[in-house]
Design a protein around this ligand. Structure first.
Ligand code: NAD
Ligand code: G3P
Length: 312
């Protein structure tokens, strides 16, 4: 059995998709819906899927997917790590914990030292996965045998997993692309055009590879599904919450504060990491200021454009 913790859009979409491989139990802290999840409208729940508020029931599974937002995961582990330890734990969160300045895999490894820790990431909208549209993701686990076992366990005929042992690279790609997607959305929302967006995506990718290299990621991971693949999707699709949030910032419109926008907190985390490690991450710094409301879009763009001219 597969257990999925976190009954938001992504946890529910994966639960629906993975019933193709056998029974799935989906846990949420508050399940106040029946039939279909309002975070994933129009998706009926298949018969092989059990939805529960009983954590023990979901923890009977041999493989557990943690589909919680990055800023929630740390507190969840503070409460429940002992019950998760020793299991195969796969994180789907795309962010950097603002308090500890680490990615999800390090958070899990700290709380659950005897667990097998993996990361599932890559270009994928919950709605697409739930509808059974073809999707390719990266499954990262430092243990090659466990990576292969999880790859087999979590692939379906339409959900194609590629494996890697570069956990740091895979999770950084997913976390950092959200920040760049906010910047890309801001550019579009402010009416600055597609050429400016292409510049932000490309310079954002340079920023991603710089930080990932500094933290020990392999360069080829960043050019794969979890990096460039997800960056492309998130910076160009109106389905992305991070991109839409950026559009709202750029155009001065309101944005629903209950929507999960991982890139806002992650930009602030990156800004702190940049100060700590002496790194140059100007786009992340700009997104952090914009998300905090500490700078206008015009001023943020001025700051980026007035940086010294240099080699590419
Ligand atoms: N939605 C997507 O298309 C998508 C795709 C790939 C990856 N992801 C990633 O998956 C993660 C989850 O995103 P999502 O789209 O499911 O978000 P969501 O906003 O749809 O759902 C988040 C869920 O977490 C629950 N939650 C919040 N605090 C909690 C706590 N303390 N304990 C238990 N549950 C808690 C909420 O009740 C909600 O059900 C994010 O890191 C996101 O980047 C999402
Ligand atoms: O809606 P977003 O911006 O959180 O993006 C969802 C996925 O991460 C896209 O791969």
């Amino acid at each position: 059995m597969i257990g999925i913790l976190g009954a938001g859009a992504f946890g529910t979409a994966l639960a629906v998709a993975l019933t193709a491989n056998g029974p799935v139990t989906l846990w949420g802290r508050r399940i106040d819906w029946t039939g279909e999840n309002p975070r994933l409208p129009g998706v009926p729940l298949p018969p092989g899927l059990t939805v529960t508020q009983d954590l023990d029931r979901a923890l009977q599974a041999d493989t557990i997917l943690l589909a919680l937002p990055a800023q929630v995961l740390g507190a969840f582990l503070d409460d429940h790590a002992a019950r998760l330890d020793g299991k195969r734990l796969v994180s789907t969160a795309k962010g950097i914990d603002l308090r500890r300045l680490t990615g999800p895999s390090a958070l899990i490894a700290q709380g659950c030292p005897d667990a097998t820790v993996a990361v599932l990431t890559g270009p994928s909208f919950a709605a697409d996965i739930a509808r059974g549209l073809p999707t390719a993701l990266t499954l990262a686990c430092a243990d090659p045998a466990a990576a292969e076992a999880l790859q087999q366990r979590l692939s379906t005929p339409v959900l194609r997993l590629y494996r890697t042992t570069d956990v740091v690279g895979a999770e950084l790609g997913g976390a950092l692309k959200n920040v760049i997607a906010i910047a890309a959305g801001t550019v579009i929302g402010a009416g600055l055009g597609d050429s400016a967006r292409a510049a932000i995506i490309t310079r954002g990718f340079a920023e991603m590879t710089r930080l990932a290299g500094h933290l020990g990621a392999r360069p080829e991971t960043l050019t794969g599904l979890s990096g460039l693949g997800d960056l492309t999707l998130t910076c160009t699709s109106g389905q992305s919450r991070n991109f839409r949030y950026g559009c709202a910032l750029g155009s001065g419109k309101d944005f629903d504060s209950t929507t999960t926008v991982e890139g806002a907190a992650t930009a602030r985390a990156l800004d702190r990491m940049a100060s700590r490690d002496g790194l140059d991450l100007p786009i992340a710094a700009m997104v952090a200021r914009l998300a905090e409301g500490g700078i206008s879009v015009e001023k943020a763009m001025d700051r980026l454009l007035s940086r010294p001219l240099k080699e590419e």
